[in-house]
Design a protein around this ligand. Structure first.
Ligand SMILES: Nc1ncnc2c1ncn2[C@@H]1O[C@H](COP(=O)(O)OP(=O)(O)OP(=O)(O)O)[C@@H](O)[C@H]1O
Ligand SMILES: [Mg+2]
Length: 372
């Protein structure tokens, strides 16, 4: 195919290529009714002169939290004009001003000026409006752990939750959304007195649920007959292995692109194999990127060895190479295992875990390429 053919070629296997975008709102949103009902129950008091119930929304990555909250907010705003539901993405907004700008935008339709107006004035304007209109305010902090990297996070919670002290009658609440279970406790410690939340848990999807979601997504994104049940089953397995639904959605898109690049009207096994290989190298590069120098050094040592290390020999070689303690070696090894870069296997011989075999889960050549 020449370049012109490629550009003019309008035959495609994609019915809607946007169906595989990260911000796509699925038409069918199943398996989350319980969680969405729980959120609605927390919101309901605010529709009847009460306050929304503060909630923590907890679940591993890609379990549908962001999608659910957006759907619920949309439904609330359609049914009632008694409440402002403000969604804040804390990966984008972490400062006090930044967050109240978002709230201002929700209420007044535009952001306040960036300079010249003191924070207190913006705050008062918002609270006064809530009180004049007798409307409640619910702020959803998505990925709230990012917010707590900022020293002011507590203050921001207080600003919202204690507004009624300064502005009698103001009814406000917070939804905190997070995927890091450890952070759950940090949250309690940081804002415990004003923030006693109701908990909504998003448990991981089961295999049949993943298959159903991916099948639906393929139906929205591809024309009929483009993808077979067998390929969908295999993508479901890969998704389950990775523990991340986004991997599955991404594999659908990449498979489609590879099929098109090969001028195929259907997605074939070869295309999936190629997509899976791309995915592995992406995951590997990402994991290695997150390592510090000591961790990289240990991984490099493992990758350089022709045969398999046992833990005893590896620790000896590593302590010679780097000026660290045995405890550090062990911790570093654990981290590599946690990131699924290596496996360790007990052989039953030797002492103190030194007989464990250290098995690299990737091609050593790929690892070396990523470390450089
Ligand atoms: N029940 C579902 N039905 C259809 N698609 C879903 C479902 N749950 C999640 N998805 C899709 O999976 C992807 C991740 O969902 P979402 O962003 O809502 O997860 P999340 O829990 O907010 O993840 P994170 O913790 O990483 O922010 C999105 O593309 C979303 O459309
Ligand atoms: Mg999210």
């Amino acid at each position: 195919m020449g370049i012109e053919d490629i550009l003019l070629h309008d035959e495609t296997i994609f019915r809607n290529i946007n169906a595989f975008n990260p911000d796509y709102m699925p038409e069918n949103y199943n398996f989350r009714d319980t969680q969405m009902e729980a959120m609605a129950i927390s919101i309901r008091p605010a529709l009847k002169e009460g306050r929304p119930v503060n909630s923590v929304i907890l679940g591993a990555c890609a379990t549908g939290k962001t999608t659910a909250i957006k759907k619920v907010f949309e439904m609330v705003e359609k049914t009632s004009d008694k409440i402002y539901c403000c969604y804040v993405n804390c990966q984008l907004h972490t400062t006090r001003f930044g967050i109240f700008s978002q709230i201002h935008k929700k209420i007044f339709g535009h952001q306040p000026p960036e300079t010249g107006v003191p924070f207190s004035r913006i705050y008062e304007k918002i609270m006064k409006k809530l009180s004049d209109d007798n409307k409640a305010l619910l702020v959803a902090f998505d990925d709230v752990d990012y917010l707590f990297q900022n020293q002011n996070a507590n203050k921001i919670f207080y600003d919202i939750l204690r507004a009624y002290e300064e502005f009698p009658g103001v009814r406000s609440g917070v939804f905190a959304i997070l995927s890091d279970f450890e952070f759950r406790f940090a949250l309690d410690k940081n804002v415990n007195t004003v923030f006693i939340p109701h908990e909504v848990v998003f448990q991981p999807y089961s295999r049949p649920e993943i298959l159903s979601i991916l099948t639906d997504r393929a139906k929205s994104g591809f024309y009929e007959g483009v993808i077979s049940d067998d390929i969908l089953e295999e993508i479901t397995d890969a998704t389950l292995d990775s523990g991340d639904l986004r991997v599955g959605i991404d594999l659908l898109r990449v498979c489609g692109n590879i099929a098109e690049a090969n001028a195929s009207r259907t997605i074939e096994q070869d295309h999936l194999d190629e997509a899976l290989a791309q995915n592995v190298s992406l995951n590997l590069a990402g994991a290695i990127d997150s390592l510090n120098d000591i961790e990289k050094s240990l991984l490099k040592l493992i990758a350089e060895k022709d045969d398999i290390y046992n833990a005893g020999d590896l620790s000896e070689a590593f302590l010679e190479k780097e000026d660290v303690s045995y405890a550090t070696f062990n911790r570093t090894l654990e981290k590599l295992e946690f990131l699924r870069l290596i496996d360790t296997k007990l052989t039953g011989k030797g002492v103190r875990g030194n007989s464990r075999q250290i098995i690299l889960r990737f091609d050593p050549e790929d690892v070396n390429k990523c470390i450089l």
